[in-house]
Design a protein around this ligand. Structure first.
Ligand SMILES: Cc1cc2nc3c(=O)[nH]c(=O)nc-3n(C[C@H](O)[C@H](O)[C@H](O)COP(=O)(O)OP(=O)(O)OC[C@H]3O[C@@H](n4cnc5c(N)ncnc54)[C@H](O)[C@@H]3O)c2cc1C
Length: 385
């Protein structure tokens, strides 16, 4: 039941960050009234629908890694009421280095084992057994990381949205927030008035989960930006001529100059590019695809000559490559959930819950018991002078 004391919250952005935050906020004991506002006609149209869908615990800036760890229980066992199939499928990651990358491999092994003790160095020959197209004569060192998984990204996103709706949350598409101002009287004082392409909305609290557009949304609300940098990454699919390739690990270069992920009867390929971009509907550039094909054809016998489909998405970072989660220090009714970078899918359950905990309770809740969270490495305050 909604009464005058029910807090009204607007989450801006219907990608994985906004959907997970909306889900967690709507599950809070105080039963806030939450609306998810999405600019496009469908949710997850931008970066969330364009990822490589991999979970790698040993990946991302230090403050982000506990969020991946805290997300594992949800990802391994999603709430049955909202999702009845597994979200994860085991898929190890094989990292390979040429002779000139021996030092890089040494560092990767040391830092990787500190996070995941099951990471093992294997011989180039063993690497070739696990990933047969690999040209093992060019490989000097290799390591395998078990415990990684493919993520059903669409399933995870749908799980959040179904759960959110079941908890009484409302989703508005074609509702781009063009301006936001504090005025009038809300539950605890002035409230936010949002001008959107779907008409005006009022909210006591606004959560900014607008991905690459996060700083734009902040500026439109009169909030100081955090310095978001959208970086374009390209991906494309090629056919596999190995019927058994779906069971192979993902393979990546030691310095991430390329990666290859078996996906059904295809391989997802990427040059792991990071080209600065404005916030936009990103498109792949032919040159980035050509670079990836050249690098992958050099180190494997894939002999890529044609591609089946291609896309690009914006991975959005701040300067230290950690996320930005929590109430703004100058205006706590404006809450940040941006900077998801290259780990926004694998961290979503915990990132969304942390937004809800910090916004409605002021500190991390039971999900984070026993997990060493570095809140100063996640909060927006660190990005202010
Ligand atoms: C090629 C590639 C590979 C990747 N691989 C992985 C991976 O293996 N594992 C992993 O965890 N992550 C991966 N990522 C990163 C992951 O996809 C992102 O971190 C994540 O999707 C970001 O989600 P988001 O919700 O912040 O952004 P988005 O999905 O872009 O959502 C932001 C939403 O906000 C909306 N919006 C913007 N402005 C407004 C406004 N004014 N009003 C209303 N709505 C607005 C947009 O329309 C958009 O829908 C990859 C990304 C790419 C591109």
């Amino acid at each position: 039941m909604v009464d005058d004391s029910t807090i009204r919250m607007a989450v801006i952005g219907g990608g994985i960050a906004g959907a997970s935050a909306a889900y967690a906020l709507s599950g809070h004991a105080s039963r806030p009234r939450v609306t998810l506002l999405e600019a496009e006609g469908q949710l997850a149209h931008h970066t969330t629908g364009r990822s490589a869908a991999q979970l790698i615990e040993n990946y991302g800036a230090r403050p982000i890694r506990p969020l991946t760890t805290a997300s594992l229980p949800f990802l391994r066992r999603p709430p049955e009421a909202h999702w009845d199939r597994p979200l994860l499928t085991d898929q190890a990651v094989l990292t390979v280095g040429r002779p000139d990358q021996d030092d890089v491999m040494e560092r990767l092994l040391a830092s990787g084992r500190a996070m995941n003790p099951d990471i093992t160095e294997i011989s180039p020959r063993e690497a070739g057994r696990l990933f047969p197209p690999l040209r093992t004569d060019l490989v000097s060192r290799a390591m395998i990381e078990p415990g990684s998984s493919d993520i059903d990204v669409s399933g995870l996103h749908q799980c959040f949205v179904r759960g959110f709706r079941a908890r009484g949350g409302e989703v508005a598409v074609l509702a781009r927030v063009d301006a936001a101002s504090r005025r009038g009287a809300g539950r605890t004082g002035p409230c936010w008035l949002l001008d959107t392409t779907d008409g005006p909305y009022e909210a006591d609290v606004v959560v900014n989960a607008a991905g690459a557009w996060g700083d734009l949304v902040a500026t439109r609300a009169g909030i100081e930006p955090v310095g978001l940098m959208p970086l374009r990454r390209t991906a494309f699919m090629v056919a596999s001529r190995w019927p058994e390739s779906k069971d192979w690990p993902m393979a990546a270069d030691a310095e991430l100059n390329w990666y290859l992920k078996p996906d059904g009867t295809q391989f997802l390929c990427s040059p792991a590019d990071e080209t600065p971009s404005e916030p936009m509907d990103a498109k792949p550039e032919e040159i980035d695809i050509a670079v990836a094909i050249e690098r992958i054809n050099e180190i494997t016998t894939l002999d890529i000559r044609s591609i089946r489909s291609s896309w690009a998405g914006l991975r959005t970072f701040v300067a230290d490559r950690s996320m930005v989660i929590g109430p703004d220090p100058d205006e706590p009714s404006f809450v940040w959930c941006v900077g998801q970078g290259g780990t926004g899918i694998q961290t979503a359950p915990a990132a969304g819950q942390l937004v809800a905990d910090l916004t409605l309770d002021g500190s991390p809740g039971p999900l984070f018991d026993g997990i060493e969270l570095d809140l100063s490495g996640l909060g927006p305050g660190r990005l202010r002078a």
